[in-house]
Ligand binder design. Structure first.
Ligand SMILES: [Zn+2]
Length: 355
């Protein structure tokens, strides 16, 4: 594994569902504290300030630290854990997966269970099972007291278990939480690659609680007060069987989002970014996703408005225990964002808004 792959492994295996991002924040801080000054907002988002040749413009680059997961709702008298989804889950991909239940006494492995298909009625078998009909089995049996012995309480976070794995095609990686640790990785790398002479001050931000409503983006952008901002997130790769292929293929390059469910990027900023990609000969794809939001959707509303754009890395099987990304898309994106940030002087940033 090279340095980047080791970072991917650490970041994706870190446990941090929405509202419980501390482990990811500590890791991110350890990666950026050599080049930036780290602070936090009061919800927990990490803000890494890196001064260049000028105090302004203030450039915000944000990846969200949280991943989707679950939370303990209650424990049945037999010791099975009923749970709530944190972020968007689809019943199909949750069943029979391993999870880690994190209690005040420790971390315990559980398996997501349900009634066996053999005993479902024929019409029940055709439907997607609801999360609310599932439970987590941590080995409940006989007199074993799950609540007392394992300390399980409502509100305890539950994290998917999935190891970082390099696939046979060595340019592709499988892991949980690419959404959005790949964004966090991008922020870390860009902070290092921009050097010392960028004509601005850059704020590398790891936001919290994106998956439950872009919450950390609000408080962190209040703190940073950016003149221009970029969110980095994943998009859905559409190059697999049954997809229409109208999105981004794995390995096609850096993704520039021209629309998502929460934001239409600043037109001038978008054209500027495309020009930089063309000039630098960096492979890129223009991509749109009408459903789902990104942190740009919140950051754009800070004060009287902020020109925003979302960069994306395509991932297969997002919002599941394991997704797949391509190294070339990541490398292209880091290159493009570095080239963009280095060009963001006061005059250029002013040109993104109507004077
Ligand atoms: Zn995301």
């Amino acid at each position: 594994m090279d340095k980047t792959e080791l970072m991917f492994k650490e970041l994706t295996e870190a446990k941090g569902i929405s509202g419980f991002e501390d482990e990811v924040a500590d890791l991110m801080a350890s990666y950026v504290s050599d080049v930036a000054t780290v602070t936090h907002d009061n919800l927990g988002s990490l803000v890494a300030e890196k001064k260049g040749k000028s105090e302004s413009p203030r450039v915000m680059i944000a990846g969200h630290m949280d991943e989707i997961g679950f939370m303990v709702k209650n424990v049945t008298k037999e010791g099975f854990i009923k749970f709530l989804p944190i972020g968007g889950w689809w019943g199909h991909v949750a069943l029979a997966q391993r999870v880690l239940v994190r209690t005040r006494k420790g971390d315990y492995v559980g398996v997501i269970g349900s009634k066996a298909p053999h005993i479902l009625k024929p019409d029940e078998r055709k439907k997607v099972l609801e999360i609310s009909d599932m439970y987590i089995d941590v080995g409940a049996a006989g007199k074993f007291d799950v609540k007392k012995s394992l300390g399980v309480r409502p509100g305890d976070p539950i994290v998917p278990i999935s190891d970082f794995t390099m696939l046979g095609n060595k340019k592709t990686y499988a892991a949980k939480a690419w959404d959005d640790r790949i964004g966090v990785a991008t922020v870390i790398d860009v902070l290092h690659k921009i050097g010392k002479t960028h004509p601005n001050t850059v704020y590398g931000v790891g936001t919290v609680q994106e998956e439950v409503g872009l919450r950390g983006a609000r408080t962190s952008s209040n703190l940073v007060d950016p003149d221009v901002a970029f969110a980095v997130d994943v998009t859905i790769a559409t190059d697999t069987p049954g997809c229409d292929g109208a999105g981004e293929d794995l390995g096609a390059g850096a993704g520039i989002m021209v629309l998502d469910g929460s934001a239409i990027p600043s037109r001038r900023l978008r054209d500027f970014v495309i020009d930089v990609a063309e000039k630098e000969k960096i492979p890129y794809v223009l991509t749109a996703l009408s459903r789902g939001g990104t942190d740009s959707g919140t950051i754009q509303f800070n004060k009287s408005g902020v020109p925003c754009l979302t960069f994306v890395v395509p991932s297969r099987y997002i919002h599941a225990h394991v997704g797949i990304i391509h190294r070339k898309d990541y490398d292209s994106l880091v290159k493009l964002m570095t080239a963009v940030v280095k060009r963001l002087d006061a005059k250029t940033v002013r040109s993104f808004v109507r004077g």
